[in-house]
Ligand binder design. Sequence first.
Ligand SMILES: [Zn+2]
Length: 120
Amino acid sequence: MAEQFMTLHCAPCASCRYETWQRIVDGRLCWDDNYYCAEYGVHACDQGWGVPPPLMRERIVAAEGTVRLAVGGPDGVPLKVVRELYRLTLPQLREARAHGLDATPVEAELLRGLRSGPQV
Ligand SMILES: [Zn+2]
């Protein structure tokens, strides 16, 4: 039977290594996740578009930190862009607009690029 976490053994051990990173490909956010355990000979990798799933994003944030970006207004990242990228609800969007957004460095690079893109 296919289990979603079939590649994982019961608990992370000292040999478990996780590598998660983000890239920008053709102007889109993309993530790669690698899991490897020499002890159990397990290796799994995954990849996707957009903002990574929360657990992976936590690893990126732990490794690289975050950059606070202004949202909305003349100097901020457009609300529409933020909402679409992070799939925010309206209350979350208001929160981001009021307090800024904690983006990973790669997300910040993408969002800054979109902000300074051609004005239509
Ligand atoms: Zn392990």
